[in-house]
Design a protein around this ligand. Structure first.
Ligand code: HEM
Length: 672
C-alpha cells in the first residue's frame, strides 16, 4: 500500500467539493451551474456557522464574530456579511453571494491540489492524486482515496442507523438538494427515507438546504434578466479594416474587441449573425467554466461522418472525453518524444541533406514535409510524404464544407477530392501492414500501438470506424506543427540576433555528439523556449474555437442563450496592450520573470478548457529540436529579400505560399 497522507483537517467545503467530484469524468457531477453555485454558497455559509462566525436558522442569519477564518474562500463572503449593516436571512445571503461561488470553487480546488489531495490535469480536469491514501482520525489506514473515504463515510451514515456527525448532516442535506445521491449510491426506499430523516436532524443543514432550494427554484436568478444588447460589427468597417486583409486574425479580433467590447456579432450577408467572444476575461471564464455551458459535440457531427467516424476526440464531452485523454496522454507526451529523439535527428538530417546552398525552397512545403517525415515515422512507423498533401487538402475541404459551412457540401465530392480521399485508404493499409504483433514485438511503443490498445480496451470509445480519422489526425498534427514551425523559421530568419542565440544553444547541446532527449532541459534551451512562446503568441495557428451553448450564461453583462453557436477568439488578447504590453514588438523577454507574460490568461495558443491541445508539450519540444538542428547546420534567409509576411487565415493560420527559405550558408557537414 502507498503511504497515507497526513490526516489533516479538511474544511466542510473541501469535503463537499470532493464529494461532488466524479472521478470518472475528472470533473463534477453534472449539476446545473446555478444549482451548483447555490450549494457552494450554502456549504460556505454552513462552514462559517460551524466556525461560530455566524448563527443561522430558518428565519435569520446573524453575525457572531467578524474575525477572519484564514480560509480565503470563507473570508470573501464573511467580509460581505460583516460589511452589511442590515440583518437578512440565509436565503437572501445565498442570492447575494452567488457571484462568489465560482471563485470559491476555484480556490477550494486549488487548495486541494496544493495539499496534494487532487491532481490537476491539462484541460482543467481533476483526479484524486495517485497513491494518496487516507489515514482516518484514529490513524488507521483506509484502502481508499480521500474522496472515496468521504463517500464511504457518508454511505455509512445513510445505510446505518447511527447518528451522523453534524458536518456529515450538512453535506447530506446539500447533496440531497442537488439531487445527485442516485448517481453516487444505489438507493432503496429505506435509504431514501433515511436521507429525508437525516436532513431534518440538524438546523444548519436544514436551513441551508431550504435557502438553497428557494434560490434554485427562482428562475429569475438562474439567468440574468438585465442583459446588454450585443453590438453588431459594421460590415463596411470590417471589410476596410487593414488587419482583415493581412490575415492576422488575432490582431483583427483584438481591434474589434477594443471597438465593440468583449462580445459582438458579425453578420455576413444572407447568413445568421455569428457571435464572437474575445478578451482576457473571456479566456479566464472559458478556461474555468466553459465546460458547464459549452460543447463541441454537434459541431463535428457532419464532419466526422465524412470519415465514417462517430465520437472523435474533439467532439467528446464528459467522462468519455476524460478517459480518452487520460489513456492517450502517454502517446502525446514529451517523454515519448524524448525517448526517440534519435529518430528526430536522423529524419531531420536525411531531409536537410537535400538542401543546396544558394537554393531557395517554398517554405510551406519544406516545413510540413520536414516535420511530417519525423512525425509519421515516430507515431506510425511509416512514411507518408507522398500522401500528406492529399490528406491535408481533403481535411481542409471537409472542414470548409462540413464544419465551417463556407463551401457547399458537394465541393467535397468533386473528382479531385474523390482522388485525394483515396490517400486515407492508402494510409490505413500502410499502418496495418506494419502493425502486426510480430512486427511490433520489441519496438518502442508508438501512437498506433496506443490507439489499438484503446480500441481493444474501450471498443466503443475508440471504435474501428474512427481509425481512419484518428490516423489522418497524425498527418494533420504534422501540418499544424509544420505551419507553426514555418512561422518560427520565418521569425528566426528575420531576427539574426535571435538566430545566433539559438545557434549557441544548439552548438552547446551538440558539442559532444548528439544530445539525448533528457538533455533538452529548460536551462539548455532557455532562449529557444522563450522564442517559441513568442512565435506562438504572434503567430498562433489556431486563433479561435467554435462551440455550441447548451446552458444559457451571462458574461460581461451579455446573455448568451442556449442553442447559440459561438466563436471564442482566444488569441485576440495576444495583441491587446493590457495582456501583452507593446504587442506588435517581437520580444522574447516577455517570458522572463517577473514579466512571465505567458502565464496570464490572455495567452492561449493551445486553446482553452477541456479540449486544450493534448500535444502541447510534445509540440514545443519537437519545434525546439528542429529549430536547433537547423541553426546548428545552416543559415536560412527569408526569400524574396523584400518579402512581407502574408498570412492565409483559414481554416488555420499559416504563412502564404509566396514565402521561401534561401539556404544562405552551411555551417558544418551533416553526418552521413
Ligand atoms: C503549432 C502546433 C499546434 C497548435 C498551435 C495546436 C493548438 C491546438 C489547439 C488550439 C487545440 C484546441 C482546439 C479546440 O479547443 O477545439 C488543440 C487540440 C489538440 N491538439 Fe494541438 N496544436 C498543435 C500541434 C499539435 C500536435 C503536434 C499534436 C500531437 C502531437 C496535437 C494534439 C492535439 C490534440 C490531440 C488535440 C485535441 C484535444 C481534445 O480535443 O481534447 N496538437 N491543439
Amino acid at each position: 500500500m502507498n503511504d497515507p497522507i497526513e490526516s489533516q483537517p479538511l474544511s466542510l467545503l473541501d469535503e463537499f467539493i470532493l464529494m461532488l467530484l466524479d472521478e470518472e469524468s475528472g470533473y463534477f457531477y453534472q449539476i446545473a451551474a446555478h444549482k451548483m453555485n447555490c450549494v457552494i454558497i450554502g456549504a460556505a455559509l454552513a462552514e462559517l456557522s460551524l466556525l461560530s462566525r455566524i448563527d443561522t436558522d430558518v428565519e435569520s442569519l446573524l453575525l457572531l464574530d467578524p474575525t477572519e477564518t484564514g480560509n480565503p474562500s470563507l473570508d470573501i463572503i464573511l467580509k460581505e456579511i460583516v460589511d452589511e449593516p442590515v440583518k437578512h436571512n440565509a436565503q437572501y445571503w445565498i442570492e447575494k453571494l452567488i457571484s462568489h461561488a465560482e471563485t470559491i470553487t476555484d480556490l477550494t480546488l486549488e487548495n486541494l491540489v496544493n495539499m496534494g489531495i487532487l491532481e490537476h490535469h491539462r484541460g482543467d480536469f481533476w483526479t484524486v492524486a495517485a497513491g494518496k491514501l487516507y489515514a482516518d482520525v484514529n490513524g488507521d489506514d483506509e484502502d481508499a482515496s480521500l474522496s472515496q473515504f468521504i463517500r464511504i463515510r457518508i454511505g455509512k451514515d445513510i445505510f446505518s442507523d447511527d447518528i451522523p456527525d453534524p458536518r456529515d448532516i450538512i453535506i447530506i442535506c446539500l447533496i440531497e438538494t442537488c439531487d445527485i445521491f442516485p448517481l453516487m449510491f444505489k438507493l432503496d426506499k429505506k435509504a431514501e427515507e433515511r436521507i429525508e430523516l437525516i436532513c431534518r436532524m440538524d438546523l444548519i443543514g436544514r436551513s441551508m438546504a431550504d435557502a438553497v432550494k428557494e434560490n434554485i427554484n427562482n428562475p429569475l436568478l438562474a439567468t440574468s434578466h438585465v442583459s446588454k444588447k450585443i453590438p453588431r460589427v459594421s460590415l463596411p468597417r470590417l471589410l476596410f479594416n487593414p488587419l482583415a486583409r493581412t490575415g492576422n486574425l488575432p490582431a483583427l479580433f483584438a481591434d474589434l474587441t477594443e471597438q465593440y467590447g468583449p462580445v459582438f456579432e458579425i453578420a455576413p450577408p444572407f447568413s445568421k449573425p455569428n457571435i464572437f467572444l474575445s478578451g482576457p476575461e473571456i479566456n479566464r471564464w472559458a478556461r474555468r467554466h466553459g465546460r458547464k455551458y459549452l460543447t463541441s459535440k454537434n459541431l463535428f457531427s457532419d464532419f466526422e461522418k465524412v470519415y465514417g467516424a462517430v465520437g472523435i476526440l474533439p467532439a467528446l464531452d464528459g467522462a468519455d472525453h476524460f478517459r480518452y485523454r487520460k489513456t492517450m496522454t502517454p502517446a502525446y507526451s514529451r517523454g515519448r518524444l524524448e525517448g526517440q529523439i534519435d529518430v528526430v535527428f536522423s529524419k531531420a538530417r536525411e531531409y536537410m541533406a537535400n538542401w543546396k546552398v544558394g537554393e531557395s525552397y517554398p517554405a510551406r512545403d519544406l516545413c510540413r514535409k520536414m516535420i511530417n517525415a519525423q512525425m509519421s515515422s515516430l507515431s506510425m512507423s511509416i512514411d507518408t510524404q507522398d500522401i500528406m498533401d492529399d490528406i491535408i487538402a481533403y481535411k481542409e475541404r471537409a472542414l470548409s464544407t462540413h464544419l465551417l459551412h463556407i463551401l457547399p457540401k458537394f465541393m467535397l465530392k468533386t473528382p479531385g477530392m474523390k482522388r485525394r480521399a483515396k490517400a486515407i485508404g492508402v494510409l490505413m493499409e500502410r499502418v496495418q501492414s506494419v502493425h502486426t504483433s510480430a512486427q511490433r514485438a520489441g519496438c518502442p511503443r508508438n501512437f498506433v500501438d496506443d490507439l489499438l490498445s484503446l480500441n481493444a480496451n474501450y471498443p466503443l470509445l475508440m471504435p474501428e470506424s474512427n481509425l481512419s480519422f484518428a490516423l489522418s489526425a497524425v498527418v494533420l498534427a504534422s501540418m499544424y506543427l509544420g505551419d507553426g514551425f514555418n512561422f518560427a523559421l520565418y521569425a528566426m530568419a528575420s531576427h539574426p540576433e535571435l538566430y545566433e542565440k539559438i545557434r549557441s544553444e544548439a552548438d552547446a547541446l551538440f558539442s559532444n555528439g548528439d544530445p539525448t532527449g533528457k538533455d533538452f532541459t529548460p536551462s539548455s534551451i532557455e532562449v529557444t523556449d522563450r522564442f517559441i512562446n513568442e512565435c506562438l503568441r504572434v503567430y498562433p495557428i489556431v486563433p479561435m474555437t467554435m462551440r455550441d451553448v447548451v446552458n444559457t450564461f451571462t458574461i460581461e453583462g451579455y446573455e448568451i442563450p442556449r442553442g447559440s453557436r459561438i466563436n471564442i477568439a482566444q488569441t485576440a488578447p495576444h495583441y491587446m496592450e493590457d495582456s501583452f504590453p507593446d504587442p506588435l514588438s517581437f520580444d522574447i523577454d516577455r517570458y522572463l520573470p517577473p514579466r512571465n507574460e505567458h502565464r496570464n490568461p490572455g495567452y492561449a495558443p493551445y486553446g482553452l478548457g477541456p479540449h486544450t491541445c493534448l500535444g502541447a508539450r510534445w509540440m514545443t519540444l519537437h519545434m525546439a529540436v528542429n529549430l536547433l538542428i537547423i541553426a546548428h547546420y545552416f543559415t536560412l534567409r527569408v526569400y524574396p529579400e523584400d518579402y512581407k509576411l502574408g498570412i492565409t487565415a483559414f481554416p488555420s493560420m499559416k504563412p502564404d505560399k509566396k514565402l521561401k527559405f534561401h539556404i544562405a550558408e552551411q555551417k558544418r557537414e551533416l553526418p552521413v
